[in-house]
Design a protein around this ligand. Sequence first.
Ligand SMILES: Cc1ncc(COP(=O)(O)O)c(C=O)c1O
Length: 432
Amino acid sequence: MGSILKSPVDGPVYSLFSTLPEAPPDEPFSVNGAYKKDCSPHKVNLGIGVYRTSEGSPWPLRVVEEAEKQIHEASDINRHEYTAIQGDPEFLNLAADLVFGFGEKEGSAVSVAEQERKRVVSIQTVSGTGANRLGAELLARNVRPRCVWIPDPTWANHYAIWELAGVPHKSYPYYDASRKAFDFEGTFRTLAESANEKDVVILHACAHNPTGADPTEEQWKMLARLCKDKGIIPFFDLAYQGFASGDAKKDAWAIRHFFHELELVEFCVAQSFSKNFGLYGQRVGALHIALTSTATEVVSEKVFSNLCHLVRGEYSMAPRGGAEIVKTVLSNNKLRKKWQEDLTTMSQRIQKMRHALFNELSKLNTPGEWTHVINQIGMFTYIGLTESQVKVMTEKHHIYMLKSGRISISGLNEHNVRYVAMAIDDVVRTVK
Ligand SMILES: Cc1ncc(COP(=O)(O)O)c(C=O)c1O
């Protein structure tokens, strides 16, 4: 039964929902809302994780526009039909190939690619968030992990996703604030000492959100061995493949290492096409379950049918429009080349802005050490401001960012970078 509330105007009101607790707001979207309301001509949005051009505008990728034109001209009468529950199989093959690079390992025969492909079960999802959520649900129901290890800090939605799956979380110390770098020792020690068999560990495959600090290849190798030795289940969140370094293969290095070197470790990959194709609102993604090289076809089919069951009960199937665009690009060598050019454009602009901000702070002699701005990778940087400094950045300078001091580098451009650097300089000198 709901409860009786007093309405100030009409007297008692009844609602089933009157006792609902307040749900926590989502910080990036709230910050974005506050930015939109701000009328200052100087305002800068460093809050939301979306790519912006040097004019501060959204950028439909050129290759996406070309693929859209082709799709429009083809005018396929089936284009609005249902797909299968698992999504479009051709899209899924291309998406899985992009992650795992089947048969690309040196000296691989054609049959190797086929064997490798058989080790992966894939399903289309409602972008990266949906892939994270579906993977969490699959594990929670079937593997029943006692705990999920979430990096501290992380993309905040990981907490909500695993809470909804009913799996308790623990944190591992991802970031060493004094060195402004990935805390390998803390991560390794925590997992080695405290994680148990069948616990899940969330790993950002590249361009860690929010810190922009990634493990080195040597560190990934040690983490892989640790997962294998302890029976921990790796769960890769892959939201920035190709966007991070400009090279999709390089950004998938950790996943491919786990896949090839640890043939007896099973793991999940939540793949998003939001950032690397600029298809944010189209919700394009996939969940891949990498099985051991000894898993049978029966196991693979069981995983597949369980995933389909979960998807069918939630939303029947993921939307097809954005996946059609990604498929059109990835299946055509000419368009793939163009995609590469677009990835280079985006990743280089971000790199350029990292250097521009660093140079402006150096010119101002801003107190503190700022080399992390150029050493970190991807969309975000933990700039290193305190919560009270962030507050002044917003209230006095109209510069919007997350409370943690995470800034989205793509919100910087030639017109505002000096202004942002001067504001950072001001708060660092005047606010604790
Ligand atoms: C680490 C991480 N994972 C997943 C996502 C999911 O994004 P989407 O649902 O748009 O694919 C994001 C987006 O910001 C992210 O940063």
